[in-house]
Design a protein around this ligand. Structure first.
Ligand code: PEP
Ligand code: MN
Length: 341
């Protein structure tokens, strides 16, 4: 249920509505939009619940029962786009943000070299896995905590923010000091205990769409994080599994405008895992920006042929420079701009 306050409702009226909701046994989530304040009521609302006691509260304009199973992630709750400020780097605003780096942090020299190259091309966020979800237990599993520290140092040398994947609840606390964005991988999109824990961290969370997840399931995963109080969630379309084998996954390009209609959360696209093939990454990245993506997450490696993971889909630095130049031009055509460069 959503309680929409009148445009001129006072802070005291809003606080009284929140109190009333809580006394009725529900959780209240308040969102102060540009035009009006909305209070999301979360909990097991009985069918046939009488809405009138809520409707008559001072300051209330209307009360809506929301049929979508997600409440906080939906546009009903927040008409304005969610804009996430990482401290100088803004995701979900007018600027398209490039996040780039290797699939995995391999050693100090590797991550420093990639950081320098993606920074020069205009990236604002350095990516790199330290805890790697590999399909085979015999593949390189990442450097763990040491990898995170190398990633942070390399990012700091170049004024970049850090995104890295959290695989397990046990990693959350140690990672919170080292990352600016927690990445939840496709394989973990429905790790509900992990999502609940991330609902309590003071860092944004980027949720990657599961290999076979619907957009509703992705938004429900976001709802898990948001219902814990962390509303700073970024959605990531990274390709889904279809019958097509020419590419590693199939990018669902229409997911971008559909998510933008259903939700106020920023949408980032990962053209690397979506295609799995280096020479397909740039065209798909261009398409994603044209379709309205708020950012791109791109794998870049200085020596991809010797990468310990995902070399075949990793761009050479000069290719990433080309990507950045082309997506900047596209961003401008659709009335946006691209951070950096
Ligand atoms: C990654 O970004 O490193 C990754 C493992 O991606 P995904 O979870 O989308 O497969
Ligand atoms: Mn990868």
């Amino acid at each position: 249920m959503i309680i929409v306050l009148r445009p001129g409702a006072t802070p005291a009226e809003a606080a009284a509505v929140v109190r009333f909701v809580e006394e009725a046994g529900y959780t209240a989530h308040r969102s102060d939009g540009q035009a009006q304040t909305v209070i999301g009521v979360v909990g097991a609302l009985p069918t046939g619940l009488d809405l009138r006691p809520f409707e008559v509260l001072p300051g209330v304009a209307r009360v809506l029962r929301i049929t979508a199973p997600y409440k906080l992630a939906g546009r009903h709750f927040r008409a304005d786009d969610t804009v996430i400020d990482l401290g100088g780097v803004v995701v979900g605003g007018r600027e398209v943000v490039l996040m780039a780096g290797p699939c995995a942090v391999e050693n100090r020299d590797q991550i420093r070299a990639v950081a320098a190259s993606v920074k020069a091309a205009g990236a604002k966020v350095l990516r790199g896995g330290a805890f790697k979800p590999r399909s085979s237990p015999y593949s390189f599993q990442g450097l763990g905590q040491e990898g995170l520290e190398l990633l942070r140092q390399a990012a700091d040398e170049h004024g970049l923010k850090v995104i890295s994947e959290v695989m397990d609840r046990s990693q959350v606390d140690a990672m919170a000091d080292l990352v600016d964005i927690f990445q939840v991988g496709a394989r973990n999109m429905q790790n509900f205990d992990l999502l609940r824990d991330l609902g309590h961290v003071a860092r944004p969370v980027m949720l990657k769409r599961g290999l076979a997840a619907t957009l509703e399931e992705l938004l429900l995963a976001a709802e898990y994080v948001m219902s814990g109080g962390n509303h700073r969630v970024i959605l990531c379309e990274r390709g889904i599994r279809t019958f097509e084998r020419a590419t590693r996954n199939t990018l669902d390009i229409s997911a971008i405008p559909v998510l933008k209609t259903l939700s106020h959360l920023p949408v980032v696209v990962d053209p690397s895992h979506a295609t799995g093939v280096r020479d397909k990454v740039i065209p798909v990245a261009r398409a994603a920006v044209a379709a309205g993506a708020d950012g791109l997450l791109v794998e870049v490696h200085c020596d991809p042929d010797h990468a310990l993971s995902d070399g075949a889909q990793s761009l050479f630095p000069d290719q990433f420079t080309t990507l950045a130049r082309q997506t900047r031009a596209i961003a401008e055509v659709i009335g946006r701009s691209q951070a950096g460069g």
